[in-house]
Write a protein that binds this ligand. Structure first.
Ligand code: WQD
Length: 341
């Protein structure tokens, strides 16, 4: 049993719920908070079934300082993993102020409250989107931040800048930013997974919703990129691999070279959109209705991780394949359909 007590913000969300499973199964005490603005209790219920534990959950907004102060005062948290953020690229273009207010307001309020209660371990859910279109396609953590492609991406860059400044001002605060590539898949139990709100923006939930009949057709955006088959290249990482990286980060956070480190979390392999679609069809046997269409505004052409730093300093690397990601994503979609209210 670890002596650390971990707060997961955005705890009812996709990545946080999978991360909570890994912490609980490693013997950690966890507390989850969520304001349910982009989620509901579905994943909390699944999480309790997988771990056979009653989850300590409190509904609240990370911009509510009173809520956070009372939580830190009561729960004696030792470490925070900050997942709570809005994450839709499209929505951020339509509603930039919503994104700046929520994503920046949450992290600054959280850090203020942590300071008051001397909580000094902070793991931040960042994204490869901070790089924009990198010059070196297999990108490492030393790559410069290009101009963000969306307000969503800009908030991730700004949050990392906030963390850079607060860790310079306060050597006691230890920060790790985890830059996710493209999280996909679901827990093998099919009791938790991705729950897109409305029409999915992301590729894999759109694929599985088309396969199950919720969507008429999948549109593959772009066939004229400078890639083997003309479609974009991404690094699709199984959400369970991603979740386990957070446990390693929490375990190693006080042994880092500096008090502010960032890590790429990806497989290190680039896969094209069409390769993924064809792999899905091959492993599921589903006749997926899809068409190739012009490029989607704001998409970068190709990026995938150089995950060497996480392997070296966290002792972490991915174990699960794209095939396992797609199988688990499909199993989760079928579970959702079978349990539709
Ligand atoms: C991947 C590729 C699309 C949908 C963004 C954020 C990142 C993270 C994940 C939050 C692109 C193509 C997609 C579809 C398609 N955010 N695609 N048809 O844009 O790489 O990353 O979401 O977790 O921070 O930047 O992910 O899944 O939207 O797109 O052809 O219906 O799939 O054009 O090439 P993206 P994505």
């Amino acid at each position: 049993m670890s002596t650390k007590k971990i707060l997961l913000t955005g705890g009812a969300g996709y990545i946080a719920s999978h991360t909570a499973v890994e912490f609980i199964q490693q013997g950690y005490e966890v507390v989850l908070i969520d304001d349910f603005s982009k989620s509901d209790r579905t994943l909390l219920n699944g999480l309790e079934k997988i771990t056979n534990t009653k989850i300590r959950f409190f509904e609240g907004d990370c911009r509510d300082e009173k809520f956070l102060d009372e939580l830190f005062d009561r729960e004696k948290i030792t470490s925070v993993i900050h997942f709570a953020a809005y994450k839709s690229v499209n929505e951020s273009v339509r509603e930039p102020l919503l994104y700046y207010d929520n994503n920046l307001g949450s992290i600054t309020t959280l850090l203020k409250s942590m300071k008051k209660f001397d909580v000094h371990e902070f793991i931040f859910s960042s994204s490869c989107t901070v790089y924009g279109q990198p010059d070196v396609i297999q990108v490492d953590e030393s790559a410069p931040f290009k101009k963000a492609e969306s307000p969503y991406g800009a908030t991730k860059q700004m949050c990392e800048r906030v963390l850079e400044d607060v860790t310079l001002a306060n050597k006691n605060l230890k920060v790790i930013s985890l830059r996710y590539f493209n999280p996909v898949g679901a827990h093998p139990s099919a009791l938790i997974g991705e729950v897109p709100l409305g029409v999915p923006n992301n590729l894999v939930p759109y694929v599985t919703q088309t396969a199950i009949g919720l969507r008429q057709k999948l549109t593959a955006f772009g066939s004229d990129y400078n890639t083997p088959d003309g479609s974009c290249i991404r690094d699709f990482i199984h959400v369970v691999d991603l979740a386990q990286a957070h446990v390693m980060a929490a375990e190693k956070i006080s042994q880092m070279p500096t008090n502010n480190e960032a890590f790429n979390l990806g497989t290190g392999d680039g896969v094209t959109v069409l390769e993924l679609v064809r792999k899905f069809i091959e492993i599921t046997g589903v006749k997926l209705n899809f068409e190739v269409a012009p490029r989607r505004e704001g998409d970068i052409e190709k990026v995938y991780a150089n995950p060497a730093k996480a392997k070296k300093l966290l002792g972490w690397q991915t174990k699960l394949s794209l095939e396992e990601s797609l199988r688990d994503a499909w199993r989760w979609e079928q579970h959702l359909a079978a349990n539709k209210k």
